[in-house]
Design a protein around this ligand. Structure first.
Ligand code: BTN
Length: 318
């Protein structure tokens, strides 16, 4: 029945009344209404207008491996894709499959236990965001792994455009609100990396945010007024990621630092650097070749390593 109703809607130019659909399919108008309600919950866009009926607008945006692969121009990033309709967190899926090839990507439509940084959760609703993790096997010292988060931040910024900027080290923001978070984890020996998982979450087609996220989070839809095909954004992002990641592996962070700094909104701002037992206020003046933020404080310049502390703008989140 579901497909029959969808076919009628799709094959109608303009509006069709619930009554007409019910007559054609020999079901009640209430049954038609229930199906339409369910379609809307599943992400179909169907307009309902009193005295006119229903009009089909668009099918839900579904992420597919074929669509992603079609837009890729990478050598190894995204060449193996693991898709999940639902999973706990894509970072854990990547870890559980760490014998998969370098550059494999793990994507979920919905995460039930999305992980944020500092032990926080990450809200990952169905059908509207990009929740994915890239499995990497770089030949670099474990202490340099946090730099991959900066590489990912720059790649996200380039892929989504829309005047997005980086809040050092790796939050992507638009108009002072967060649109993307990055969580990099690794498994290593003392001086050798087994693997790195770079988890990236992007708010794409959300129309609004609730509760504590309402003031802090935004989405590509909210910022641009139009919806995006998420597979296309994933391909773009993986292309950008490979470009900057290879530069980083070949020549270190210095190879991408100028571009990173150009997109970094933290520089030039007054920030609070929150250590475990003290907070220092100063001005963020530079980022060095290790990816550390240089903050000019009362006692001179301090170097802040990503992961070590939390940096907050003194006039708000950014
Ligand atoms: C942050 O707190 O800013 C980091 C958020 C990272 C979210 C992404 S979504 C894909 C991957 N899977 C997770 O559970 N977390 C990361």
């Amino acid at each position: 029945m579901k497909n029959k109703i969808l076919n009628i809607l799709k094959n109608t130019d303009g509006y069709i009344s619930g009554e007409k659909i019910s007559e054609q399919l020999h079901i009640s108008r209430a049954a038609v209404w229930k199906h339409i309600k369910k379609f809307k919950q599943d992400g179909y866009r169907i307009e309902s207008v009193t005295n006119k009926g229903y009009r089909f607008v668009a099918s839900p945006d579904v992420i597919t491996e074929t669509a992603i692969q079609g837009g890729l121009d990478t050598c190894f990033i995204g060449r193996n894709i693991f898709m999940y309709d639902e999973t706990d967190t894509t970072n854990e899926r990547a870890k559980a499959n760490s014998d998969a090839p370098d550059g494999s990507v793990f994507i979920a439509e919905v995460q039930t236990h999305g992980k944020g940084s500092r032990g926080r959760g990450w809200t990952s609703p169905k059908g509207s965001g990009i929740w994915h993790s890239i499995l990497l096997k770089p030949d670099i010292p474990p202490m340099e792994v946090s730099r991959i988060t900066l590489v990912a931040g720059l790649a996200v910024c380039k892929a989504i455009g829309l005047n997005s900027a980086i809040k050092w080290p790796n939050d992507i923001v638009i108009n002072g609100k967060k649109i993307c978070g990055i969580l990099t984890e690794m498994s290593s020996e003392i001086n050798m990396i087994n693997y790195v998982v770079c988890g990236i979450g992007i708010n794409v087609n959300m129309e609004s945010f609730e509760d504590e996220l309402a003031d802090k989070a935004t989405s590509m839809y909210i910022e641009s007024g139009h919806k995006y095909a998420r597979s296309e954004i994933i391909s773009k992002l993986l292309n950008e990621f490979e470009y900057y990641y290879r530069k980083f592996l070949d020549s270190g962070l210095r190879a991408i630092l100028d571009e990173y700094k150009k997109h970094c909104v933290t520089l030039g701002r007054c920030v609070n650097v929150i250590f475990k037992n003290k907070t220092i206020t100063g001005t963020a003046v530079d980022i060095d070749e290790n990816g550390s933020l240089m903050v000019e404080a009362a006692d001179g310049i301090i170097s802040v390593t990503s992961g070590e502390v939390s940096v907050r703008g003194i006039y708000g989140y950014v």
